[in-house]
Design a protein around this ligand. Structure first.
Ligand SMILES: NC(=O)c1ccc[n+]([C@@H]2O[C@H](COP(=O)([O-])OP(=O)(O)OC[C@H]3O[C@@H](n4cnc5c(N)ncnc54)[C@H](OP(=O)(O)O)[C@@H]3O)[C@@H](O)[C@H]2O)c1
Length: 235
């Protein structure tokens, strides 16, 4: 285990063909029950910090709110900003280009931390400071996930982190060998579409190696024909 970063557990629910986009599976009562398995597993694991990609955050949580810029001229250096926070649980996002709009600094009781590059407008940072939302820098123009994880541990004391999609952020973590465990909820669904994203997506141009072997740690049959598979990575 690497002690200068959090231990990373990836939680995802998929169809049997590894597809992740649950909203395409319809809204029948049975589908709703299956979709709830994700939150139930999240609660059961009980890890107090979770991280998602920018796309998942805007689609599932911030409802595509546009970036908010503080009016007036301001100059801010590129120091990390750890806002005062009461909560010891964290909602974290990788948003290198500052595309997300934030109106408040907590989400479902969790303190929000956004991970940015230095290449974002001062007026964006000024607004985050005004609302008390923490931000850290993890690269000048591109995000270094390793830097981001190191800072989450050193600045916020986060020792365990749930990585919760979508495909691209999962793929980025996998590509950097930064996932320690995978918790896959295998739903009794055959998706069957070609274009739908899978659990890990890595662009061929950046992919560092071939397939990654994992070790199966646990198989649990939970209600409603769902399998909870736990794997460990041993890079
Ligand atoms: N089934 C499940 O369990 C589950 C769980 C979570 C999400 N989902 C679904 O997954 C879908 C979204 O997945 P997605 O793959 O399209 O998007 P995503 O992984 O949520 O977000 C991708 C974005 O995150 C940023 N990002 C990720 N890795 C980065 C890196 N290494 N460096 C810099 N930025 C990085 C980039 O933002 P920029 O483009 O702004 O640079 C990238 O476009 C949603 O439909 C969501 O509902 C399903």
């Amino acid at each position: 285990m690497n002690n200068d970063r959090p231990y990373v557990m990836c939680l995802m629910m998929t169809s049997v063909d590894g597809k992740i986009l649950g909203e395409k599976w319809g809204n029948s009562p049975k589908m709703k029950i299956l979709r709830n398995k994700f939150e139930e597993a999240h609660e059961e694991l009980g890890i107090k910090a979770w991280i998602v990609g920018r796309t998942t955050m805007e689609k599932d949580f911030t409802d595509f709110t546009k970036p908010i810029l503080k009016k007036g001229h301001q100059t801010l250096d590129r120091s990390d900003f750890v806002a005062e926070h009461q909560s010891d649980s964290f909602a974290i996002v990788i948003d290198g280009k500052a595309k997300l709009g934030w109106k408040e600094s907590t989400m479902q009781g969790d303190h929000v931390i956004t991970i940015l590059t230095e290449d974002v407008p001062d007026a964006y940072l000024a607004h985050l400071r005004d609302i008390g939302l923490s931000y850290i820098f993890a690269g000048k123009k591109d995000i270094s996930l390793k830097t981001a994880l190191r800072k989450l541990r050193s600045l916020f004391g986060i020792e365990q982190l749930m990585l919760e999609g979508g495909s691209h952020i999962n793929g980025s973590f996998l590509n950097e060998e930064l996932i320690d465990e995978l918790h896959q909820l295998l739903l009794p669904i055959a998706d069957g579409t070609i274009e739908t994203a899978t659990l890990f997506e890595i662009e061929a141009s950046v992919k560092k190696k071939g397939a990654t072997l994992m070790k199966l740690e646990n198989v649990k049959r939970i209600e409603d024909d769902v399998l909870w598979l736990t794997y460990k990575f041993d890079y």
